[in-house]
Design a protein around this ligand. Structure first.
Ligand SMILES: Cc1cc2nc3c(=O)[nH]c(=O)nc-3n(C[C@H](O)[C@H](O)[C@H](O)COP(=O)(O)O)c2cc1C
Length: 221
């Protein structure tokens, strides 16, 4: 196996859901910025980046989230970097929304004719292909899926830097959102919480990795 392949697989073996972080060890600034950049540069469907990454530094806020995020308590207490991934809601994801218009015009810098075609195609995708228009939830969940790609890339980038991480769905969404809303951090019209993750350095022995055999999860057709 060549060096690059080995390096990549080594990082995937290194990464595990860290349950105990060393609270006294900080991620160096350069690594911290690289991890965040891995998230920002992640792909998203149609390139619409329906996310925001909240870097939780405020200790009071961490303490407030602690009781409603049982699965994230280790990270809240020990991780050097704690990220709350926000996903955009339907209001921002409808093809005619100001957010989608801004993305195509100002960020992707598409010409008007291309914008029209992409908007029509996006509309068809939502309505006919992925059935995303029934209620508020499907489009929000679709946006949440995109945030998981960013989170995964950040965890892999971290692993390549020998930094540990833990993805976190172990929280009560409504209760966590209420805390962020109360603090004036979350605008619930536009965003909801998708997922969270802690990054830092392990203070425990990594457990043995268990996975189904490749023959069961990979099928050539
Ligand atoms: C989306 C997602 C949410 C998860 N939520 C939690 C969590 O809240 N708390 C936790 O300790 N682990 C959490 N995990 C970790 C998984 O339990 C873990 O990834 C899985 O058991 C495989 O083990 P490994 O990651 O150590 O290889 C989560 C993993 C994913 C992908």
């Amino acid at each position: 196996m060549n060096t690059k392949n080995h390096e990549i697989l080594e990082a995937f073996q290194f990464r595990y859901a860290c349950k105990k972080f060393n609270a006294g060890r900080e991620i160096p600034k350069e690594d911290f910025l690289t991890i965040l950049e891995a998230g920002r540069l992640s792909p998203s469907s149609f390139g619409f980046e329906p996310w925001k990454f909240l870097i939780l530094k405020n200790q009071t806020l961490k303490d407030r989230l602690f009781p409603v995020a049982a699965g994230g308590q280790n990270s809240l207490r020990g991780a050097s970097l704690f990220v709350i991934y926000l996903a955009r809601k339907k209001i921002d994801l409808l093809p005619e929304s100001p957010y989608i218009s801004r993305m195509m015009k100002d960020v992707e810098k598409l010409p008007d004719a291309v914008i029209k075609g992409k908007r029509d195609f996006f509309s068809h995708f939502q309505k006919d292909d992925f059935d995303l228009l029934d209620g508020e939830r499907p489009l929000f969940d679709w946006a949440c899926k995109q945030t998981y790609i960013a989170m995964a890339n950040m965890m892999t980038a971290a692993a390549l830097l020998k930094i540990d991480s833990c993805p976190i769905e172990g929280f009560n969404r409504a209760a966590a959102e209420k805390i962020l809303i109360d603090e004036g951090i979350l605008d619930p019209v536009h965003f909801g919480i998708s997922v969270m993750a802690g990054f830092g350095y392990r203070d425990e022995v990594q457990p043995v990795k268990t996975r189904l055999p490749a023959s069961e999860v990979i099928e050539e057709i």
